[in-house]
Design a protein around this ligand. Structure first.
Ligand code: HEC
Ligand code: HEC
Ligand code: HEC
Ligand code: HEC
Ligand code: HEC
Ligand code: HEC
Ligand code: HEC
Ligand code: HEC
Ligand code: HEC
Ligand code: HEC
Ligand code: HEC
Ligand code: HEC
Ligand code: HEC
Length: 455
């Protein structure tokens, strides 16, 4: 907008209006008004509507036309010569009675230009403060109404309360805002201020700038969000975006509508990483039931399993499901953080077991003989090596171990799924060894002290 054209245009229009026809009106005003000893311009014939508006400017209701317009010289016969005072230097006229706004750091452009009349009538109007229009209509005389055109409009903007946040004249903060950053929002959202001050973990952008996620006026998404989770989150969390796009195994929790918000609070939390609950409770809030995958197979009810199998694996005792699973998705089977074979047999490579070996010593499967690396040995024969470390049909850990919990010692399984059949393991532990009678061979024993000879 050309800042110069507005005052020029105003002055011109007003000058034309005044020059063209005020003479008669002013003459009769003088005669009729009995209440006011001085000349009044308001009579039944002249300026009759003046002062009848709902909100009348102080000097107008006092009949003080001349304080602004100056003395009127009347030429009843030659109205074109009437000199009804054209108000010069309007803003300073206003300031002659009103204290001049102490210019703060930011001044609204029309105020800076002295265009008080762009918003106020000098005489009166239907709106408080003699404003030319009500609420946001006033602002939309110059600003694009599209800002409240989103499907979800912020309460105060919807009811025209623009000046709840913006000072129409001058303010200390950019965009003529009355407060800066979250403090602006806390003027009304007192509960949020309280929650944020009390919380142990505050999401960084929340502490700094609410408007990095919320539009203060309106937006297409609920809560005037610029976009929705996950896109909203991934706009900033570029590394996560990268991670998600490369994750071939997706987690169901990410795929539902709330996505990130299934697990994280967008604002605050008393739990690290802004989690909604303690990490394991969070997992259990969903994994306390069975799910069906798209391919029809079932995802077991982990909560039930942990209740029925009382010897829990170390990380589960530490309530750390994320030690093995990446809740955001992964390139590995079952969103595991590291590779782990999905099958009963697998040609041996130590890297296939990086999951287990991120916490356990890989030497348990590397040395054919040992006196101490593992307790799963017959004499000095390392039975982990025997079973696992085979070029073709190496048994994977799952052949014997249950990863979450079991009722057998050393997390040995009760049964192993082998094709369509659950092979029972029948593990028996002794002080110096153990035995099993699985479906795949007859009873076999091992003893670390006195090597067993299995037939
Ligand atoms: C606070 C200052 C102020 C007072 C008081 C005031 N006016 Fe005005 N008036 C203005 C300004 C400013 C304009 C428009 C600019 C100009 O005329 O140069 C204006 C314009 C006018 C106009 C022409 C445009 C229009 O609005 O119709 C008339 C007529 C008018 N005034 C009449 C009056 C009368 C009658 C009174 C007293 C009852 C009065 N004014 C009191 C400031 C004032
Ligand atoms: C001759 C002195 C005088 C001039 C000049 C004057 N005003 Fe006023 N104005 C007053 C008085 C008196 C009131 C009534 C104050 C009250 O009711 O508390 C008032 C009230 C107002 C109000 C309402 C304030 C409120 O709190 O309700 C606004 C807005 C206003 N004037 C704007 C202007 C503008 C804009 C100009 C210049 C075009 C101007 N005034 C020029 C004397 C003046
Ligand atoms: C962009 C529109 C706009 C312009 C330009 C503007 N005002 Fe205002 N003014 C308002 C609004 C809106 C309010 C009511 C504020 C509120 O409700 O808190 C107001 C209120 C006022 C008030 C009464 C309340 C207060 O803050 O003291 C006065 C006096 C006033 N304006 C004078 C002026 C003067 C003098 C000028 C020119 C220097 C001016 N205004 C220019 C919009 C404007
Ligand atoms: C007479 C025209 C006019 C009216 C009415 C008007 N504005 Fe403005 N406003 C402007 C102009 C001109 C600018 C400067 C635009 C720019 O720099 O891009 C501006 C800028 C702004 C800005 C941005 C300031 C910045 O630093 O970028 C805000 C916020 C604003 N106006 C709010 C309001 C509100 C709220 C209202 C209603 C109370 C309102 N305006 C009414 C003309 C107006
Ligand atoms: C809840 C507080 C709030 C309300 C209510 C509000 N605004 Fe704003 N407005 C802001 C904030 C905050 C910004 C700065 C946004 C930014 O920097 O991203 C802003 C920016 C603006 C701007 C500058 C242009 C822009 O988009 O950056 C204009 C113009 C504006 N608002 C006009 C209005 C109008 C007109 C209304 C009433 C319909 C209104 N505002 C209501 C808080 C508010
Ligand atoms: C002038 C008071 C006021 C200010 C300042 C304010 N708000 Fe609001 N806000 C409201 C009102 C009123 C509602 C509507 C409440 C409702 O619908 O329950 C609302 C609603 C909201 C909502 C939607 C809530 C819901 O349940 O639908 C969000 C999000 C919001 N505000 C964010 C903000 C942000 C961000 C800021 C700062 C930029 C802010 N508000 C500043 C008054 C305000
Ligand atoms: C990182 C993005 C982000 C930031 C920054 C942010 N919010 Fe939100 N906000 C959201 C999301 C996402 C929702 C929707 C939550 C939901 O659906 O459960 C929301 C919802 C809201 C709501 C309505 C629901 C509720 O929780 O009451 C309000 C009010 C709100 N935010 C205010 C604020 C305020 C005030 C700030 C700054 C102190 C802020 N927000 C900063 C993302 C954000
Ligand atoms: C405006 C940018 C922005 C948006 C949008 C955003 N974040 Fe953040 N987020 C950050 C920043 C900055 C940090 C602090 C990172 C740091 O300290 O290293 C952070 C931290 C986090 C953390 C904690 C990380 C830690 O190590 O403690 C989580 C969890 C998080 N964000 C989740 C989300 C979620 C979920 C969303 C979407 C609702 C989201 N973020 C949207 C910028 C953003
Ligand atoms: C199923 C629950 C869940 C979902 C859904 C989820 N997260 Fe997380 N997120 C976690 C857990 C648990 C942690 C802490 C453990 C960890 O570091 O992996 C975490 C940590 C984070 C961290 C900080 C550590 C890191 O990995 O950088 C960020 C940032 C984060 N999440 C962002 C997101 C974003 C963005 C989304 C949505 C795209 C999302 N999360 C969805 C559970 C979830
Ligand atoms: C909001 C609910 C929800 C939460 C919270 C949740 N999950 Fe899930 N999870 C699911 C759904 C739904 C599936 C089934 C997805 C499918 O269709 O493959 C699933 C599947 C899984 C799978 C199997 C993946 C596959 O490839 O078959 C694992 C492992 C898993 N979740 C671990 C976790 C862990 C660990 C946590 C806690 C950090 C967690 N989940 C939190 C909903 C959730
Ligand atoms: C020591 C690593 C580890 C820990 C800790 C762990 N998991 Fe797992 N989880 C696995 C492995 C390995 C699989 C794949 C098992 C298989 O297919 O035999 C798996 C599979 C799953 C599945 C898919 C089950 C199915 O039916 O396919 C879910 C769901 C799951 N885990 C959830 C959890 C939850 C919840 C926790 C925390 C209570 C957790 N996991 C802790 C390693 C772990
Ligand atoms: C996140 C770390 C972690 C991962 C990954 C992990 N474990 Fe463990 N594991 C532990 C901890 C901690 C213990 C408890 C050790 C203790 O009590 O001394 C443990 C105990 C065991 C035990 C019982 C040991 C004993 O002496 O009672 C077995 C068997 C076992 N893990 C097998 C596995 C297998 C198989 C895998 C791969 C599927 C695996 N673990 C992955 C941390 C892990
Ligand atoms: C053929 C069955 C079988 C296979 C396959 C197997 N284990 Fe074991 N594992 C055992 C038995 C039995 C024990 C208990 C030994 C004892 O304490 O008597 C054991 C014990 C362990 C222990 C406890 C420490 C130790 O070595 O005594 C860990 C850790 C372990 N196994 C990890 C693994 C990992 C990792 C894999 C896959 C790479 C694996 N196991 C494969 C049967 C097996």
């Amino acid at each position: 907008m050309n800042k110069k054209t507005i005052p020029m245009l105003f002055l011109f229009i007003i000058a034309v209006i005044i020059a063209s026809g005020l003479s008669e009106k002013t003459t009769s005003a003088q005669e009729k008004d009995v209440q006011k000893p001085k000349i009044s311009c308001i009579t039944a014939q002249c300026h009759a509507t003046m002062g009848k508006e709902k909100f009348v400017h102080g000097p107008v209701s006092a009949g003080e036309c001349t304080v602004c317009h100056g003395e009127v010289s009347k030429h009843k016969d030659k109205p074109e010569q009437n000199k009804f005072g054209k108000v010069k230097d309007v803003a300073n006229k206003c300031y002659s009675c009103h204290e001049k706004f102490k210019a703060k750091k930011y001044i609204h452009s029309p105020v800076e230009e002295g265009e008080c009349m762009a918003c106020h009538s000098p005489h009166g109007s239907q709106n408080k403060f003699q404003l030319l229009a009500k609420g946001s209509e006033l602002c939309f005389n110059c600003h694009d109404e599209g800002m409240v055109g989103g499907a979800f409009v912020h309460g105060p903007a919807a009811v025209g309360g623009c000046v709840a946040c913006h000072d129409p004249h001058t303010a200390d903060y950019a965009k003529n805002l009355k407060e800066e950053g979250p403090s602006l929002c806390y003027m009304c959202h007192v509960d949020k201020a309280e929650a944020i001050h009390k919380a142990e973990f505050v999401h960084k952008p929340v502490a700094e700038k609410c408007t990095s996620c919320h539009n203060p006026h309106s937006a297409a998404k609920q809560f005037m969000l610029q976009s929705q989770s996950p896109a909203l989150c991934l706009d900033c969390h570029k590394d996560k975006k990268e991670q998600l796009s490369t994750a071939s195994v997706k987690h169901g929790a990410m795929e539902t509508e709330r996505s990130c918000l299934n697990c994280h609070d967008a604002h605050v939390s008393n739990i690290a990483k802004n989690l909604l609950m303690e990490p394991m409770d969070l997992c259990m809030s969903c994994h306390d039931r069975e799910y069906k995958r798209n391919n029809g197979t079932a995802v077991m009810n982990i909560s039930k399993w942990l209740k029925e199998n009382t010897d829990h694996h170390g990380p589960i005792k530490q309530k750390d499901c994320s030690g093995c699973h990446n809740p955001h998705g992964s390139a590995n089977f079952r969103i595991l953080r590291n590779p782990y074979p999905p099958t009963f047999y697998m040609p041996f490579s130590v890297d296939n077991y990086n999951l287990c070996f991120s916490c356990h010593e890989k030497t348990i499967v590397l040395n054919a003989e040992t006196t101490k690396l593992t307790n799963f040995r017959n004499g000095n024969d390392n039975l982990h090596f025997t079973h696992v470390n085979k070029a073709e049909k190496g048994r994977t850990c799952r052949a014997c171990h249950e990863t979450h919990a079991s009722n057998f010692p050393k997390h040995i399984r009760e049964a192993v799924p082998f094709g369509a059949w659950d092979l029972p393991v029948n593990f028996q532990k002794t002080d110096t060894g153990g035995s099993c009678t699985p479906g795949c061979h007859k009873i076999k024993k091992y003893d670390r002290v006195k090597k067993e000879i299995n037939g």
